[in-house]
Design a protein around this ligand. Structure first.
Ligand SMILES: [Zn+2]
Length: 134
């Protein structure tokens, strides 16, 4: 049934506490719930997919993350509707999160693509897309 769908994604983060605060709100807004929790990590699950955040070891912190380098560029999630994207956008702004591509928002991904783009605390780009186009 879920063959081929993502089983889980694991992201190393520079500051677990900060990431948990940021992602906890966002993922719960998207329907995820807390799945696993331990001193150096936390995960959220939705249906058959979970997302794990793990504190990066000190010795690897200085290399940082950059989405223009090799590796992950961004994560995109289905939102519910255009109104849902607008609600999330407002909440992000209220939380002091910078919205990317503001000049083209909410059509930065194209005229048929209603979405909001922003960055997580490590500047991993996140995109939430209105799923049903209304
Ligand atoms: Zn995308």
């Amino acid at each position: 049934m879920s063959k081929g769908l993502l089983h889980h994604i694991e992201l190393n983060v520079s500051d677990l506490k900060e990431s948990v605060q940021f992602w906890g709100w966002l993922l719960e807004e998207l329907g995820y719930s807390v799945y696993q929790k331990w001193d150096r990590g936390q995960s959220w699950i939705l249906a058959h997919t979970y997302i794990v955040f793990v504190q990066t070891d000190n010795r690897f912190l200085e290399d940082g993350y950059h989405r223009r380098r090799i590796g992950l560029n961004h994560l995109a999630f289905h939102g519910e509707s255009k109104e849902h994207i607008d609600e999330i956008t407002e909440e992000l702004i209220a939380r002091g999160v910078a919205i990317l591509y503001l000049d083209k928002h909410p059509y930065a991904g194209g005229v048929d693509h209603y979405a909001v783009f922003f960055e997580d605390p490590d500047r991993i780009k996140v995109e939430i897309v209105a799923s049903n186009g209304n």
